[in-house]
Design a protein around this ligand. Structure first.
Ligand SMILES: [Fe+2]
Length: 533
């Protein structure tokens, strides 16, 4: 196998600004045509196999193993990344005739209407500004505008919501057969109408970071942050970008052009254009007097102003922590988010992202929020720990207490937090979650609310626990037998995470058990409906 081709500093910086990168993997000649033909055949003769698509079209793995895709995953997620069981083959049917009268305006309207941030399947974790998950999208045939390319909104991966401005900025990702584009999981994107006379094939695969790499895993040469000259994100949110670069590379990046002076009058502020507001915050000389002004911008201002304020508060650090914690302790539980237990994903309150931006000092604040007994405050506090990826004893005790919460959402976030910051003591806790029943009496009612997401809550929580077992697999060897039992979990995604954990334990007995389990689940790709043996 060829060596992975790692990303460069400039590519990482582009990714931080825009949230996606496109390239063409080097693979054996004819591979894309083979995959495309298989997709076509399945579209005509079978059904969409969902998460089983990789087993059904086994050539997909050659895309994943290509030097470019592997190099991008290594560069952004570190050496021990893993594949998430959810994957999807999108195959909109050709609608050439119907689309012949489609105006440009209507096309844009359809794309805008399709704009969304992806849901997670099945748990509903909080959206992270930092890089926890990567989405890989792949076209098996040339993708021109008439084929219905996926559109993306550059720079929108840090958004709390999808706004009209984001919908209007969607742009197509075009390319030759085999084009791959990787994106931050929360980047806004949209499908577009297929105006061609063939099925449009786009495959989505998902990957997760296991542990923090600690140092750059790409072709890193220069610690200095350089704003890419060709970025497509519409606002210069330099403080956000510098912080992402610092988290990924461990580098220090200095702020420039500080502006001294009194704050603007409310009327003056209200009349300013968004880009002027962003510039003003970016250049503010930061001190504790700025805190009330910056906190006022959170949650409800334009997203670019919110993001600038979040990271300005982070740069102030210490003095901002208590006011942010007070806001989180008072935060009202948004009904739409707390009922979104399965098959969702939502942004947290901006105060949580600002606390994370304050760095490790924020742990003392996060501990208070986690210990508050208010579920919405708790999930925000847990998200801070998940995003920071560090903890202390007080935090670990708080997370353990959250596992006993009556709120399924709090339990789910606590499982995820343990996977990020836990240690050998966390394994029995996660295994206990995997043996606990979580279907509450309200479950059926919740299914009625969202009929498309038909996972039991229990599956979402168990998935989160099994996902965290993978992240903590270096401590998992003493629990091999218990993990083995979960290969037979009724939910396949939990089983897959248990299998991934056993693979990482890597003992002879773990590997033997895993092979025996997989042996009876082999897919014989040489069989067809014409010849079944
Ligand atoms: Fe999507």
């Amino acid at each position: 196998m060829e060596d992975p081709i790692l990303l460069t500093d400039a590519q990482i910086q582009r990714f931080i600004c825009d949230g996606f990168l496109a390239f063409n993997p080097s693979v054996p000649e004819g591979l894309h045509e083979t995959i495309d033909q298989k997709f076509r055949w399945i579209a005509e003769n079978e059904y969409n196999p969902g998460n089983n698509i990789s087993a059904r079209v086994q050539e997909i793995q050659q895309i994943v193993d290509s030097p470019e895709v592997k190099g991008a995953l290594l560069s952004l997620l570190g050496h021990d990344y893993f594949m998430i069981p959810h994957r999807f083959w999108h195959k909109p049917e050709p609608r050439k005739e119907e689309m012949e009268t489609l105006t440009q305006e209507r096309f844009k309207e359809i794309v805008g209407g399709n704009s969304h941030q992806d849901n997670y399947s099945p748990p509903s974790p909080g959206r992270s500004h930092g890089l926890q998950y990567l989405r890989v999208m792949y076209y098996s045939h040339p993708m021109e505008l008439i084929n219905g390319p996926t559109h993306v909104t550059p720079g929108s991966q840090y958004n709390g919501d999808v706004e009209d401005e984001d919908r209007a900025r969607e742009q197509p990702v075009l390319g030759a057969a085999g084009t791959v584009f990787i994106s931050h999981f929360d980047l806004i994107h949209a499908g577009s109408p297929n105006q061609s006379d063939r099925v449009r094939n786009m495959l989505k695969l998902l990957f997760a970071k296991a542990t923090e790499p600690g140092s750059p895993t790409w072709k890193h040469e220069c610690p200095e942050w350089k704003t890419p000259s060709d970025h497509q994100a519409p606002y210069l949110i330099e403080n956000l970008w510098r912080q992402q670069w610092r988290w990924l590379s461990g580098a220090n990046c200095e702020k420039e052009n500080q502006v001294e002076g009194s704050f603007l009058e409310p009327d003056q502020w209200a009349s300013m254009e968004t880009s002027a507001k962003v510039k003003y915050i970016q250049e503010l000389s930061l001190n504790s007097e700025c805190i009330p002004f910056l906190i006022d911008q959170l949650n409800t201002s334009h997203q670019a102003v919110r993001s600038s304020s979040i990271y300005a508060l982070g740069e102030i650090g210490g003095a901002a922590i208590d006011p942010l914690v007070r806001k989180l302790l008072e935060a009202e539980e948004p009904e739409d988010k707390m009922t979104d237990l399965v098959g969702g994903g939502f942004s947290m309150d901006d105060e949580a992202y600002a606390l994370t931006a304050c760095g490790e000092d924020a742990l003392r604040g996060a501990a208070r929020v986690i210990g508050s007994n208010r579920p919405w405050s708790q999930v925000n506090g847990l998200q801070v720990v998940i995003d920071l990826g560090v903890a202390n004893e007080e935090i670990l005790t708080g997370i353990e207490a959250c596992l006993q919460s009556d709120s399924d959402q709090v339990v789910s976030f606590a499982c995820l937090a343990l996977g990020r910051v836990g240690d050998e003591r966390s394994l029995p806790l996660l295994l206990k979650v995997l043996k606990t029943k979580y279907d509450t009496e309200h479950h059926q009612q919740k299914l009625e609310i969202n009929k498309h997401n038909i996972w039991p809550i229990e599956y979402a929580i168990h998935f989160q626990a099994a996902f965290s077992l993978v992240r903590l697999s270096k401590y998992a060897a003493p629990y091999e037998d218990e993990i083995l039992e979960h290969l037979h979990h009724p939910f396949g995604q939990v089983s897959m995470m248990a299998g991934e954990c056993l693979k990482r334990i890597g003992s002879a007995s773990a590997m033997k058990s895993l092979v025996e389990f997989l042996e009876v689940r082999r897919w014989d790709a040489s069989l067809t409906s014409q010849r079944s043996f």
